[in-house]
Design a protein around this ligand. Structure first.
Ligand code: THU
Length: 162
């Protein structure tokens, strides 16, 4: 037997093609990336999340001289949300990027570790988290679910939930 997994995603030419709330969410990730602590990579990433209570939370990547101690914007954001709003659903996310070295003309897609973390949050809340991805300029991608980014994500019932 062969099983096949496929997914589709939307591509927009401009934020102007999105509704007001989605534009606001992307504007939030565009703004917060400016405050990233990314002095080693020069690669500023901003992430935003629209919560079920209507609030938009934002975060950015945080680097460290001990480079592996750095953390991506997506995980800084999700861990903050979980810490402060453990019962609030995440309705949508956006990730924007800007680098000092070059103008990034296409969206970046989250790293593998962030995908794993995002998928667990999505599963916990039993509802998909659509995500917008954006470079400094160029097209914007919208995925219906973070799980699309990580088919067959790690999951086991052997690790008990406490
Ligand atoms: N980074 C993120 O914040 N999110 C991603 O999805 C990919 C990479 C950060 C980590 C590091 O601070 C910089 O971008 C360069 O890898």
């Amino acid at each position: 037997m062969i099983k096949k997994i496929s997914f589709s995603y939307k591509v927009y030419d401009s934020v102007k093609d999105l509704n007001e709330l989605d534009q606001k969410l992307i504007e939030a990730s565009d703004q917060i990336l400016k405050k990233a602590y990314a002095i080693y990579s020069g690669f500023n990433v901003g992430a935003s999340a629209l919560l079920g209570n209507g609030e938009i939370m934002t975060a950015n990547n945080q680097e460290n001289m001990a480079l592996p101690s750095s953390l991506c914007a997506e995980r800084v954001l999700l861990y903050y949300c979980r810490a402060h709003f453990p019962d609030v659903v995440i309705k949508k996310m956006a990730v924007s990027v800007r680098a000092t070295q070059a103008i990034i003309k296409e969206p970046i897609t989250p790293c593998g570790a962030c995908r794993q973390v995002m998928v667990e949050y999505e599963r916990n809340q039993n509802s998909d988290i659509p995500i917008f991805l954006k470079g400094e300029v160029g097209e914007i991608y919208e995925l219906d679910s973070i799980s699309d980014l990580l088919p067959l994500a790690f999951k086991t019932d052997v690790l008990r939930r406490h």
